[in-house]
Each structure stands twice: as C-alpha cells, then as structure tokens.
Write a new protein. Structure first.
Ligand code: OAD
Length: 247
C-alpha cells in the first residue's frame, strides 16, 4: 500500500463523508439505497420535505440522533486526530458528517459543512434565536416549537437545496489559499464519501487547480474517483491508521 508522507512541509486538507462513520455503526446515505420509509432521503432532508411533513422529518432526525448517540469513534477518526496533532495549523478537517464523531474523537480543527445532528434551530428566518445544543430524541408525532416566536424548530442541518454557511466555506478557502501559497506541499485527502454531493464533491478539482496533490480512501469507487491522483480502496478504519507516515 502507498503511504502518505506527513512532514513539516505538508499542509493537509481532509474531507470526510458517511463512510468514515460506517465502521462505528452509523448507516451511510446511499447504503440505505438512498431511501428512508421508502422515500428518497433528498425528499426528507429538504426544506420542501419539512414544509410538507415536519413530523416525518423529525422522526428521521430523532432516529438518527438515537442511533448516533450510542456509537463511538473508530480507528479512522483516531488516525485523523493523530495527524492533526502532528501537523497543527497545517491541518484542516472538513466533514459532511453531522454525527459529531470527529469532535468526540478529539479533532479540533473541524468544519461541519452539513451542520450538526445534535443542534436545533428555529425554522422561522425572522426569529433571532441562535442554534442551540439539543440531544433530545423527540417522540414520534411531535414537532418541537420555538419558545421565542412559536415557530417550528428544525434540525441544524444543511438540507438538500440549501446553501452551506458562507463562514464554513471561507474557512476551507482560506486554508487552501494559505496552503497553496506556503511554498510547501498541499495535500487533499477525501475519505468515505461517494463524491455525489456538491460543493464537497468539487473540492478535488479546486485543489488540483491550485497545484495540490489528491488522495481518495473509499470502500467503493466514488463518482469522482478518476479525478484523484492516488486512490486506496478499503475501509477507512483500516486504511487511515496505516496510510499516514508521520515524520
Ligand atoms: P454516501 O452515503 O453518499 O457515501 C458513502 C461512501 O462511503 C460510499 O462511496 C461508500 O463506498 C463509502 N464507504 C462505506 N463504508 C466505508 C468504510 N468503512 N470506509 C470507507 N468508505 C466507506 O455519503 P456521503 O458522501 O457522506 O447530505 O454523502 C454526502 C452527503 O449526501 C451527506 O452529507 C448527506 C447526503 O445525503 C446531507 O445530509 C445534506
């Protein structure tokens, strides 16, 4: 197996997806055939899905909360913590996962591009209430209400058809600019992601455009596999701990 050299010259941007949590027992999106209660997940996890049937949306996220609360980080998460400790500010982890497992493992420089399963916010755009921590598994048949404005509360998740937080995108962009202009080696590694959902799926092209080196660790070929220069097929919990050569 190839190894990824992580030395004092290296800047590393990591992108993770649902596959990295699979070995912890969190189901991937496309692994459920992209369906939940026989509905395409895109129709549940969307503003339209929430407008049409908020009960169903809260059933989905309450079930995911219950599932994610009972799992633990795996050796793939731990490897990324070790890499970050080694590289310090030359490391950034962008994750599409909302399960919070990277932070629970000990990762600190994390951008949760798609939000966090254990946060809730008001669905009323006029309401000033900030997103808040919320581990509640709401009983089926309930939609929590906002104590400030009486609107419906919703999960603090970036749904299909919604924009990512510009501050998150800026953090990733800033890191990439610093890496590309550092005079060092800029490496991008994607792990456990099907490369189907943008803008995350386009990061590989941006890094290549900036002269960076690109790596993919995935169980199955991803939709954007061919755009990576190095590709390792396998489980992230097995591959990542062996891949990095920290010098
Ligand atoms: P997907 O479910 O689309 O893809 C998971 C990928 O992980 C697949 O390509 C699998 O082959 C791979 N995989 C499975 N087990 C693995 C393992 N143990 N090690 C390594 N790879 C493994 O998940 P994402 O790419 O994260 O968006 O999906 C992207 C976004 O689409 C999600 O964040 C979510 C979703 O619907 C929102 O919720 C907004």
């Amino acid at each position: 197996m190839e190894t990824l050299l992580l030395d004092s010259n290296t800047w590393l941007l990591v992108l993770t997806g649902a596959g990295v949590s699979a070995e912890s027992g969190v189901p991937t999106f496309r692994g459920m055939n992209g369906l939940w209660e026989d509905q395409p997940v895109e129709q549940v996890a969307s503003p339209e899905g929430f407008a049409k049937d908020p009960l169903r949306v809260w059933r989905f996220y309450s079930q995911r909360r219950a599932g994610a609360a009972g799992v633990s980080p795996n050796p793939g998460h731990d490897a990324l913590v070790a890499w970050e400790r080694h590289l310090g500010d030359r490391f950034l982890l962008a994750t599409q996962n909302v399960d919070g497992l990277h932070s629970r493992a000990g990762s600190q420089r994390v951008v949760e591009m798609h939000g966090n399963l254990f946060k809730t916010r008001c669905s009323n755009d006029e309401c000033k209430r900030a997103p808040f921590d919320d581990t509640t598994v709401y009983p089926a048949g309930t939609v929590p209400g906002c104590k400030d404005c009486g609107g419906l509360l919703r999960p603090h998740i970036v749904w299909f058809g919604e924009y990512l937080d510009p501050a998150d995108l800026e953090r990733i962009q800033d890191f990439s600019l610093r890496a590309a202009s550092s005079g060092g080696r800029f490496v991008f590694l994607a792990a456990g992601t099907s490369g189907a959902v943008y803008p995350a799926a386009g990061m590989v092209d941006q890094v290549r455009g900036a002269g960076g080196e690109t790596w993919l660790v995935n169980l199955d070929p991803a939709e954007n596999s061919r755009r990576f220069q190095h590709s390792v097929q396998g489980k992230s919990g097995e591959v990542l701990p062996k891949l990095g050569r920290l010098v």
